[in-house]
Design a binder for this molecule. Sequence first.
Ligand code: DSN
Length: 421
Amino acid sequence: MSTPFWGPDFDALQQQDPDIAGILLGELERAREGIQLIASENFTSPAVLAALGSTLSNKYAEGYPGRRYYGGCAEVDKAEEIGIARAKELFGAEHANLQPHSGASANFAAYAAFCSPGDTILGMALPHGGHLTHGTKVSFSGKWFNAVAYGVREDTEHIDYDEVRDLARANRPKIIVCGGSAIPRLIDFAVFREIADEVGAVLIVDAAHFIGLVAGKAIPSPIPYADVVTMTTHKVLRGPRGGAILCRDEHKKAIDKAVFPFAQGGPLMHAIAAKAVNLLECQQPAYQAYARQVIVNAQALTEGLAAEGLRPVAGGTDTHLALLDLRDVGVTGAQAEARCDAAGIVLNKNAIPFDPQPPSVASGIRVGSPSVTTQGMTELDMKDVAGLIGQAVRDEDGAAAGELAAAVRALVARHPAYPRP
Ligand code: DSN
């Protein structure tokens, strides 16, 4: 039976615009042929892609369900209501806003809900694992706010909670932000809550990286501790590219107004429908098994890399990602990224705490297991992946790149991402 759905027609695209059609195929091949270890990426499902490629992309719907500035919103209202209900149920949150276009947009709105330019915010330093939007000078967060930064302890490379407390007492921030993009260990949300309460700050947990592990019940949730949780929907969570915000009821009005009309205009209704599809996927037992395996794989990969002489920052990982210090093997992060790329292994150079190198060079790499776990790899495969990375980072003249790329292709052929028809 044919479906009445009017959606992506790749043959039509190929005829109309072979340049872009070729790029879509090229990107699909790139994803299929290599090992994808970017910690913030994943392979979303065909169901999510169907929602993204739908006519909901056409609809203007400024406002919120039942309170729009446009007619014709009955169908998109239902999609957003279903998505909000699923997010609240999945995370045990009092309120959810699925409209942020990205994690950065979610953070922008969350700050705007509580702060004005010139106010003080306290967040984790980017080179210690934080995020651009947590107070760096190049982003709105460091330009418009008086941003104070905490970091990790030099001896343990874990968050320095004493420093967080001291800085909070000294600076009385309006907002304390925790979370980031290169934190391999669990965050003690209870301690952050205690500090926020002591100084009267709002606690925002930027859970973009690990919210998928929370959804899968594989790590503790920040929801009981945070005033506001910001997130992306495309990392471990495995949904469409986008953002979202969860918060307590008392902040609902401020958050919703900060997202629209303060920070954004029309919501991307196709993306919101895709977020709803993904949230249903995350409610399934199979997703919980996936989230647990993501951590098992990240830990196996980290152990394998340590055996190759790459030092795990903070001694290892509790999550989906690891940071590796390459100084003992005499290779920079930039060199390692390029050498792995030549072998078909995609990862990123990353600053390590107290890094003597500039970020464009970096002393470390970041690896993550969300994508390889989606394609069905296990801890046994992670041992092979670690061995390939160990060889690739030492491949100074590129002599081994061809052989390594062949080994990568053989490995991914056993676990195809987006299997061929
Ligand atoms: N750029 C993302 C990451 O790779 O972690 C965070 O925004």
